[in-house]
Write a protein that binds this ligand. Sequence first.
Ligand code: ADP
Ligand code: MG
Length: 326
Amino acid sequence: MISGEKSRRTEFALIDWIEHQVGSSDLLSLGIGDDCAIQPQRPGEDLLTSTDLLIEGIHFKREWTDFFSLGAKSAAVNLSDIAAMGGRAQCVFLGLARPSALDDSDIEELIRGFVAETARYGVVLAGGDTCASPGPLMISVTVQGAVLSGTAIRRDGARPGEWLYVSGTLGDSALALRALQAGEVVRPALAQRFNRPTARIELGRYLAENRLATAMLDISDGLLGDLGHILEASAVGAEILLQQLPLSSDFTEALHDDEGMIDLALSGGEDYELLFTSAREDLEQLAGLPVAVTKIGRMTAERRLQIVAGDGSLYQCRQGGFDHFA
Ligand code: ADP
Ligand code: MG
């Protein structure tokens, strides 16, 4: 890129510093430092690629997080897209638009968090771009991964009669966000779920390698909204059992104070859990599962989404999923 002479110097110094944070990896024959990274490809594999943009003021606020967590979360939300396809994450690329007011130490913390999170999965930072921002901090992350040819789990494979599963617990991140927005104290476990989500890479791979899921995605915009994508792509409907939704103990306590909170588990964003369909009814019991999964419903031929309450009545969620353009 071309930027002003002054920031260009700091840009080179920063890139140099970033390069030193990245260990060597046999995934790359050439990493940071040239015009492109070079990745040798294995035969019989499909390449997966996904990009996310995180803009200050829209996706994050600096007062709600620390820079290390922000970097780690930027990596996790992007790796989650590879998890959602059942892939192995391999390389990431990091674009940074940096406000001049930001200290070097802040940007270094962000990159430390980013690199630490990717390293957990053996993922290597293979390149990126760095420039100045006249406004907000912007973070663009691109991840590449691989699956055996033809085994990626897409959104369009669900069939009527199959079972619907979700990993982990729902609504914790949305509950944390609500508290932050209200200026309340956030319980540590909930704050952790909001600031440091986990990409379910191992679970995604396990499901793909054992051919256990027919359709899958990661929940970023809320269970109902994201399930809608599977229903649309697969041309099926679904019935969800409200009482089966997996909830954390913190979330269940919040529910005691306000029953309406259940809508946060149905439609709150940023869970980054995997939502998938399977022909197997007993998936929860499989011994090799890397994360607990819960059966929350069933796919139907009738193309509608129904939520069934404990007494058998239909439940109406009062909130839609998160929509950036709404
Ligand atoms: P170019 O002018 O070709 O865009 P740059 O000077 O922007 O090259 O980048 C030099 C090298 O540093 C490239 O390998 C690029 O991928 C890498 N790089 C730049 N910014 C980042 C970053 N934020 N994270 C990781 N690598 C980066
Ligand atoms: Mg560049």
